[in-house]
Design a protein around this ligand. Structure first.
Ligand code: APR
Length: 234
């Protein structure tokens, strides 16, 4: 028998920590280095202007690595929760592990490793053929030179506005594995309606906003615990 009852809206904001147990390194655990590169060299608009070849090479490498890892239990539980909740994931991650775990509504605030976009038209995005597909500053698709479909520091975050609207829809809001230091993503919490329960899963949270229920565990264990708590309440 199916129920007509409307599922509660569960909005989940995820960061690098949710993919850590899949083997993808987080950003701020290694002295501001990202996979041994200074973050501003490989993830800023200035860095891209200075050395576009390095940026292409860096994201080619991240993409290739992404093809070798798999979603973990935390990604899977988020997908499984769709049976009881109307789940929306807002992720700062550029990996595709939420999609590969089966999540159906995923918003990428900072872009996607599996895509590039035209330099002369930001609305033209292209999904690359495989994780091993490499691009350079000379690569052309449909006649357009392309760049990684990544939001660099010093650039606007076009998906932020839609994400704020999603945050405002939440009946339950969850934050997983983000240091809550990079804006505007960290500001999403400000759009959650008053009285909505907010859970924060992180083994080592750098700051805990007022009124937030902290689950101080790794994503896989923390998500299992959270699922138990949420399923008891419905
Ligand atoms: N499970 C859950 N959380 C974890 C785990 C784990 N196994 N391991 C680490 N963490 C937590 C850390 O304690 C930290 O709070 O994940 C968080 C990772 O923080 P960051 O590395 O700052 O990642 P994130 O918040 O996603 O970074 C935001 O910064 O460089 C940019 O654009 C990049 O999207 C990224 C943004």
């Amino acid at each position: 028998m199916t129920s007509n009852k409307k599922k509660p809206r569960l909005v989940v904001s995820t960061g690098a920590g949710i993919s850590a147990e899949s083997g993808i390194k987080t950003f701020r655990d290694a002295d501001g280095l990202w996979e041994n590169y200074p973050v501003m060299d490989v993830a800023s608009a200035d860095g891209f202007r200075r050395n576009p070849a390095l940026i292409h090479q860096f994201y080619n490498e991240r993409r290739r690595q992404l093809g070798t890892v798999r979603p973990n239990r935390a990604h899977e539980i988020l997908h499984e929760l769709e049976e009881h909740f109307d789940v929306c994931v807002i992720t700062q991650n550029v990996d595709d592990l939420h999609e590969r775990a089966g999540s159906t509504e995923v918003v990428h605030l900072h872009g996607e490793l599996t895509k590039v976009r035209a330099l002369d038209n930001p609305d033209l995005t292209y999904r690359l053929e495989s994780y091993d597909t490499a691009t350079t500053p000379e690569t052309r698709i449909d006649g357009h030179r392309v760049r990684p479909h990544i939001v660099f520091f010093q650039e606007a975050v076009p998906m932020f506005e839609p994400a704020t609207q999603l945050a405002a829809e939440a009946d339950i809001f969850v934050i997983v594995g983000t240091s809550l230091v990079v804006y505007p993503a960290a500001a999403l919490l400000n759009y959650v309606r008053r009285g909505v329960p907010v859970y924060y899963i992180d083994p080592n949270p750098s700051k805990v906003p007022d009124g937030v229920i902290v689950i101080r565990e790794k994503a896989t264990e923390g998500m299992a615990r959270l699922a138990e708590i949420l399923l008891k309440k419905i």
